[in-house]
Design a protein. Structure first.
Length: 335
């Protein structure tokens, strides 16, 4: 059933009150194909609405993807393949995997959004990226309704990046994703950031995947705002990757600058650090602002418009560029 003139407020975690000219929710691939037969264009697919900033009403058809279902497929030895419907809430899949003792995605606990959105930006946290466990995905062509499989190579994953942010942007609705998880012998990764410290505080010497998941939930909840309480989309900007001489120059005035070496000789500098140095952390501008505990996150203090948030984002981008000569890029999809 296609509805008209529907508020998207409940469907985006920034809590922006934009309207869709046409709206439908689909629970299966045939339902999606039927909705596409209406011929209403353009089509905008929504998962959890947790990585988009709506700056105006949306013409055309908004499809809320609620395709569910988790299947355990064949796997060899220590590997198990799991196919999950794109509409499943990402963290629910993580909890399911932890309960079934399947390893590989525990470090991605509590990332907002749905399974279908996870490959689009190759979600990542605490030393693990989606591409590390990705097998393939099924997607429906929004123009023709035909089904296509994308393997890992076809997805062209990069840091918070994939083909679905470039050549294939807006052309497909991802309907399911297949993951390769571990069955018994897990490759635990808890060297990153505060995980080890949190495990110690929890009295865990030899962590199981559930312990790592719990530790990450604790860390994320202490630093990142809960979208149910304060509208946000997680990291608003990508961490910039830049030439080493840019870092050297910053070090002259800011010897405490944080950075990570990249395999190609360049460096990654945390955007949160750059933004904080420019004085934005915790700053409120009208109904929007920069989160007090993590400068990389922009928030809606209540009633903010998408335009207001976008304006703040570009003021931050300009200010970081003026101070450090680095132009930040939004990670969030601005619509
Ligand atoms: N930092 C600051 N000030 C801030 C925030 C961070 O100085 O306000 C510094 C910290 O001191 C730290 C460094 O920046 O040394 C890195 O901070 P953090 O570990 O919090 O991670 P991040 O680089 O800011 C990335 C991801 C997060 C992910 C964390 C943990 C991106 C764009 N963001 O943030 O992902 O949870 O690492 O792995 O890569 C998301 O995508 O929505 C998200 C939250």
């Amino acid at each position: 059933m296609i509805q008209q003139n529907i508020s998207l407020l409940p469907y985006n975690t920034f809590g922006i009150d934009a309207k869709a000219a046409f709206f439908t929710e689909v629970f299966s691939v045939p339902e999606l194909q039927e909705a596409l037969q209406s011929g209403i264009q353009p089509v905008l697919v929504l998962g959890g609405g947790s990585n988009m900033l709506l700056t105006k009403d949306v013409d055309g058809l908004v499809v809320k993807n609620t395709i569910g279902g988790i299947q355990v497929l064949e796997g060899e030895g220590n590997t198990v393949h799991v196919r999950a419907g794109a509409g499943i809430v990402w963290h629910d899949l993580v909890c399911w995997a932890v309960e079934h003792h399947f390893g590989g995605i525990e470090n991605l606990s509590l990332i907002p959004g749905t399974v279908g959105a996870s490959p689009v930006q190759n979600i990542g946290a605490y030393g693990v990226e989606l591409k590390d466990v990705f097998v393939d995905l099924e997607a429906v062509d929004l123009n023709t309704g035909s089904v296509k499989i994308f393997n890992r190579e076809a997805c062209r994953f990069g840091y918070r990046d994939s083909v679905f942010k470039h050549e294939e942007k807006g052309k497909y609705c991802i309907t399911s994703v297949t993951f390769a998880l571990t069955r018994n012998e897990h490759f635990l990764n808890y060297s990153y950031g505060d995980i080890r410290k949190t495990l110690e505080t929890n009295g865990i010497a030899e962590p199981a995947i559930g312990d790592i998941s719990r530790a990450i939930i604790q860390i994320r909840s202490s630093k990142l705002p809960d979208p149910a309480k304060i509208g946000n989309c997680g990291s608003f900007f990508k961490n910039p990757e830049t030439a080493r001489f840019v870092l050297d120059k910053i070090q002259e005035t800011h010897p405490q600058v944080v950075s990570y070496d990249l395999p190609d000789g360049r460096v990654k500098i945390p955007a949160g650090w750059l933004i904080e140095q420019c004085g934005w952390k915790g700053k409120r501008v009208g109904n929007t602002g920069c989160y007090e505990k993590q400068a990389l996150v922009l928030v809606n203090h209540g009633g903010a418009t998408g335009e207001e948030v976008k304006k703040l984002a570009y003021e931050i981008i300009d200010s970081v560029e003026k101070t450090f000569g680095i132009r930040l890029e939004p990670e969030v999809n601005i619509i």
